[in-house]
Design a protein. Structure first.
Length: 392
């Protein structure tokens, strides 16, 4: 009697999504100021650029044309980007390109609130998440119910439907749009999420590599920075296709065994990294760049108030996330852009603002403060999970 053949199941396909919020800080601000929708808006101003509420209920907004100072753009709306301004650009330079663009102050408390909201909305649909910062996450959809299903004529319709659910849930929870790239791994998904912004949903397999990934510049691969990009360009390699055409041995010869091999794998879309659902933070810090350089003596009152505020913010971050730390440090950047750090280790781990402020103040005494200060930061490291303190 012939043995019955078992029905064969298609192999489980690995699906990793990268979700990136669209122009995140700017989009959060547009929720607050809907009259600015569609306009060029730049985020990066200080408190003095707060919109002014007029008697008739309308608002008067600061414009880039009137900006003076050395601030940089934190982010910009897509309308502003179309005028040639982008994050990291100096505000004075941006003012030459887009003088009528609206300038708004940065509000990190609000951005963190919306960050928590969008991540909670994603977790309701797909809980296997790797946090990558305030506005982006990776999601492992491989084992998500329905992810391996085909729908009608779309062999990947199941995972596409999950991604749509995620996008809709994020919009419901925040009023904001996001872009999602879905591919077999993190490296390709990071690239894919950028391809159809804003509000994009891009699904690629290795079969799409030649058409969608290889024509892109090498710098689109996360891990190829400015220096490596310049070295590749000097060797005549500007696109991912040109990189993929290089032999592994040749890349190893030019870039070393580890990085050369990685360049070869990355250009062929190879990446086996898992989605890391949790990693313990090694430190928490807060810092601020002053709108004008402050002098340690003449601006002592203002500096002291900011210093205390930074210590309190770090303490709140630690307490909210359930950590305490033993090493307290400071960071200073002076008007000549020289940066110095100092730290000290205390006996007992802490998450208390007064202890952090005191230790940070002792670190400050070890710094020559004759030059004007451009940036001030407070940091707590050597973290551990906070232990509940006994109450009397």
């Amino acid at each position: 009697m012939a043995a019955m053949s078992r029905p064969s199941h298609p192999p489980v396909r690995r699906w990793i999504a990268h979700l990136d919020m669209d122009a995140f800080y700017a989009s959060v601000e547009l929720l607050r100021y809907p009259e600015l929708v569609g306009q060029p808006v730049v985020i990066g101003g200080g408190r003095r650029h707060q919109p002014e509420l007029l008697a008739d209920g309308t608002r008067r907004f600061a414009r880039l044309a009137n900006y003076t100072g050395r601030g940089v753009i934190t982010t910009a709306t897509y309308a502003a980007r179309d005028l040639g301004v982008h994050s990291g650009m100096g505000l004075m330079k941006a003012a030459l390109r887009a003088p009528q663009a609206v300038l708004l102050p940065v509000d990190f408390e609000q951005y963190r609130l919306y960050s928590r909201r969008f991540k909670a909305a994603v977790a309701e649909v797909a809980p296997v998440i790797e946090d990558r910062g305030i506005d982006e996450i990776y999601i492992d959809l491989t084992a998500q119910p329905g992810a391996q299903d085909s729908v009608a004529h779309d062999p990947h319709g199941g995972v596409r439907a999950i991604a749509l659910d995620i996008k809709n849930n994020v919009r419901r929870a925040t009023g904001l749009s996001c872009s999602i790239g879905i591919t077999p791994n993190k490296l390709l998904s990071k690239i894919a999420s950028e391809l159809d912004k804003p509000d994009g949903l891009t699904l690629l397999t290795h079969e799409d590599l030649a058409e969608r990934i290889w024509p892109l510049p090498v710098r689109r691969i996360n891990g190829i920075g400015p220096k490596a990009g310049a070295r590749l360009a000097a060797l005549g390699i500007e696109t991912i296709a040109q990189l993929a055409a290089c032999e592994r041995g040749w890349l190893v010869q030019h870039f070393g065994r580890s990085y050369g091999a990685w360049l070869h794998d990355a250009s062929h879309g190879v990446d086996e990294r898992p989605v890391a659902t949790h990693s313990e933070p090694v430190s928490m810090s807060r810092e601020t760049t002053f709108e004008r350089d402050l002098h340690a003596k003449r601006d002592r009152t203002e500096l002291s108030a900011v210093f205390t505020q930074l210590a309190e913010q770090v303490a709140r971050d630690l307490q909210r996330k359930g950590y305490e730390g033993r090493t307290i440090g400071i960071k200073l950047r002076f008007d000549d852009f020289k940066t110095v750090t100092r730290d000290m280790t205390i006996e007992q781990p802490t998450a208390e603002a007064t202890t952090i402020r005191l230790a940070a103040g002792l670190c400050l005494k070890r710094v020559d403060l004759s030059k004007r200060i451009r940036l001030l930061g407070v940091r707590v490291s050597a973290l551990r999970r906070a232990t509940p303190h006994a109450t009397g």
